[in-house]
Write a protein that binds this ligand. Structure first.
Ligand code: F2R
Ligand code: MG
Ligand code: MG
Ligand code: MG
Length: 364
């Protein structure tokens, strides 16, 4: 395993977040609009290189909560060299109070308030009481999870990945859908890291492997979990399925059996919203589609660029879908495919590289 794939996983995640954040909440995002924007980044960088100045009307892109929380996960794992719930919870809360204007989810901030209390005995308690005890099913657990599969990979402890992800996620998201979404995202990154090269990516094998794992996980947890809220009033038919992540992965296989499929179908069947169930499978789909087909309109863009641009074009929770898709893509393609101008204009790239290097060097 090479360092470049660890770096590209975390750097890719930052870029997906920063660029995707420009469109977050827009239900329709024309691919041409995002492409035009990234082309502007590239042109501006060229001018900047030639003249040594940044065009006066152009500023860098800020990262959002997705990256802020990913950095806390990585920093805690690096400092403690193990999972330490108190330390990670303190970092989440401290980071939020230092910079609250990063576009955090509407309810998770009440968890950060409670975590600020130095007398709090159980750091899992505030998240458990969210939404009248059903816990958050938002994608805030999945969006920040990339350091976890890197950590277990580096330490040759992949058998610990699910428990680690569950422990990291439940600090803020205890609804089983939030936890399972984070596990699925982490498993996708782990699978991507394990492919020997980009040419080994096979859509059906990749999905089948995720289906096998998620079916076991969802079946195991079915009876022990509180009723997931979306099942009461499902946005999409598959959200009410007893094993909904498995069902969505199976639906994705059906999509890939067709020559092409539309964004509207993806949104209708899989989703593009801030729930984990309505965004993690979508991010995986974006990675797989861009990785194995040429996205029309992006013929001269590489696979990493296609992943990010296509993920954003799916609309909805664009920063989070793009950050998750890009983390999976980066773990496969490495830094060579990540455009320098994107890196230059996005906040937090250097820190992501440093953290990836630290994780890579962790010993078993
Ligand atoms: N918050 C946003 N985007 C909105 C606007 C941002 C804008 N750019 C700005 O700056 O103002 N994005 C970020 O939030 C998502 C991650 O959210 P997270 O961490 O999961 O938060 P939370 O609060 O736990 O859940 C989000 C919402 O989901 C609904 N919800 C969750 N569980 C529920 C339950 N059991 N019952 C009912 N509703 C539930 C609630 O509406 C929560 O507020 C990412 O997109 C990130 O980028
Ligand atoms: Mg965000
Ligand atoms: Mg988002
Ligand atoms: Mg380097």
């Amino acid at each position: 395993m090479s360092l470049t794939r660890f770096e590209a996983c975390l750097v890719g995640a930052v870029l997906g977040d920063c660029i995707g954040a420009l469109y977050e909440g827009m239900s329709v995002v024309p691919l041409s609009t995002v492409l035009e924007y990234t082309s502007t980044l590239e042109t501006n960088r060229k001018i900047q290189r030639e003249h040594g100045t940044r065009p006066a009307d152009f500023y860098g892109l800020r990262f959002t909560d997705d990256t802020a929380m990913t950095r806390s996960v990585a920093a805690s794992l690096l400092e403690k060299k193990t999972f330490d719930a108190q330390d990670m919870a303190r970092r989440f809360s401290q980071e939020y109070f230092e910079e609250p204007n990063r576009g955090y989810g509407g309810s998770v901030i009440t968890v950060f308030e409670s975590l600020k209390n130095p007398d709090l005995k159980d750091v899992y308690e505030p998240a458990r009481t969210q939404f009248e005890g059903s816990g958050s099913y938002g994608n805030g657990g999945a969006m920040r999870i990339a350091p976890a599969p890197l950590f277990t990979f580096a330490k040759h402890k992949t058998e610990d990945l699910q428990d680690l992800v569950s422990s990291v996620t439940r600090l803020t998201h205890t609804n089983i859908l939030g936890v399972h979404g984070a596990i699925l995202q982490a498993l996708a990154i782990d699978q991507s890291l394990r492919l020997s090269s980009a040419s080994d990516l096979d859509v059906h094998a990749f999905i089948d492997s995720l289906v096998e794992k998620m079916r076991l996980i969802e079946t195991r947890d079915k009876d022990t979990s509180p009723k997931p809220s979306p099942a009461k009033n499902p946005k999409r038919k598959l959200d009410a399925h007893p094993t909904p992540y498995t069902a969505k992965l199976e639906k994705m296989k059906e999509f890939f059996q067709k020559d092409s499929f539309e964004t509207s179908e993806i949104v209708k069947e899989i989703g593009h919203d801030i729930s984990a169930l309505g965004s993690v499978p979508t991010a995986i789909l974006a990675f797989l589609r861009a990785g194995t087909k040429i996205i029309p309109g992006l013929e001269d863009r590489n696979k990493f660029e296609q992943t990010v641009l296509y993920a954003i074009s799916l609309g909805g929770d664009t920063d989070t879908i793009a950050t998750m898709a890009a983390a999976i893509a980066g773990a496969l393609y490495g830094m060579d495919l990540i455009p320098e101008p994107w890196q230059y204009y996005c906040e937090g790239v250097a820190e992501a590289e440093t953290m990836a290097e630290g994780l890579f060097k962790l010993e078993a």
